[in-house]
Design a protein around this ligand. Structure first.
Ligand SMILES: Cc1ncc(COP(=O)(O)O)c(C=O)c1O
Length: 284
């Protein structure tokens, strides 16, 4: 992590966590991961919109306005001399009395940290990700479904299981057997010239990059389909790729017994190229 951070609006080179903060004790909070290109945040407004939507759902007050975050990020990038980086914005319910009750938790806390980020290499892009099937499923009716919560133990365990199988990421299914996503990525596949991705009903996080990929595909006159799809749909794909704000768009070369086609396909390459242009021209 870079030396300088923002804690509750102030810049410091000695960021400290309050041992009674509910983020630390209970995982009671949300976060966003925001990429920086040439020292500038990409998609910041969309990340903040998602954060605010999530905060509404968990009755958490967001203690800053968007301009404050934008200025704080510019200050941090400058002070830490970070050009291509990744910022993490965390908001917690702050200090609270012992136990789970939220009464008296009226001072949410927030931090902003930054670190340099090495983009996915050409070699890694060409090799593609390997996805493993895992035993942990996503429950679309969980109250945490679709939230970017800091309570990430399920993600930790799921990725651990996938990595132990020698994969880079996981193919996570819903509790009723539909394709959902990876652990920290949204999933797409091309079948019969249509780009498929699971819908929000599958309990996925509505990725900022997912939406950009869908918009770019439509702009290129590629048909898109969002819905509940079984793993058999992936097995008929000609291309599979994953998205997130850091990885951008990464081809998948293998999905555990369902898909095995090495090398990025033409649609994956096209969208990756368009995405790269967007990161230069800007989004917001
Ligand atoms: C579960 C999950 N799905 C999808 C994504 C991708 O979201 P985004 O494109 O906003 O980075 C993430 C990002 O961390 C994630 O944790």
């Amino acid at each position: 992590m870079s030396r300088w951070a923002i804690v509750d609006g102030g810049m410091t080179d000695r960021p400290l966590v309050d041992l009674e903060d509910r983020g630390y004790t209970l995982g009671d909070g949300l976060f966003e991961t925001i990429p920086l290109y040439a020292g500038k945040p990409f998609g910041l407004e969309r990340h903040l919109d998602r954060l605010r939507d999530g905060a509404d759902r968990i009755h958490l007050e967001i203690p800053f306005d968007n301009e404050t975050v934008r200025n704080s990020l510019a200050g941090l990038a400058d002070k830490n001399s970070v050009d291509r980086g990744v910022a993490r914005l965390t908001v917690t319910r702050g200090r609270g009395p012992r136990g789970y009750g939220t009464k008296g938790c009226d001072r949410p806390s927030w931090t902003l940290t930054l670190r340099p980020y090495e983009p996915v290499s050409e070699r890694m892009f060409n090799a593609g990700f390997r996805l493993a099937r895992v035993s942990i499923n996503k429950n679309p009716s969980s109250p945490l479904s679709g939230l970017k919560t800091i309570s990430s133990l399920e993600a930790v365990l799921t990725l651990d299981e996938a990595r132990k199988k020698g994969a880079d990421e996981a193919l996570v299914l819903t509790t009723d057997g539909h394709v959902a996503s990876g652990v920290a990525v949204n999933l797409f596949w091309l079948k019969d010239d249509t780009l498929f991705t699971p819908s929000c009903e599958c309990g996925i996080l509505q990725g900022v990059t997912r939406r950009i990929a869908l918009d770019m595909a439509r702009h290129e006159n590629i048909q898109t389909a969002q819905g509940r799809f079984g793993p058999d749909s992936v097995s008929l794909a000609s291309e599979v790729f994953v998205t997130n704000s850091l990885l951008e768009i990464v081809p998948v070369s293998c999905v555990d017994g369902l898909f095995d086609i090495p090398g990025p396909g033409p649609v994956t390459r096209l969208l990756k190229g368009k995405y790269k242009q967007l990161t230069i021209s800007g989004l917001d």
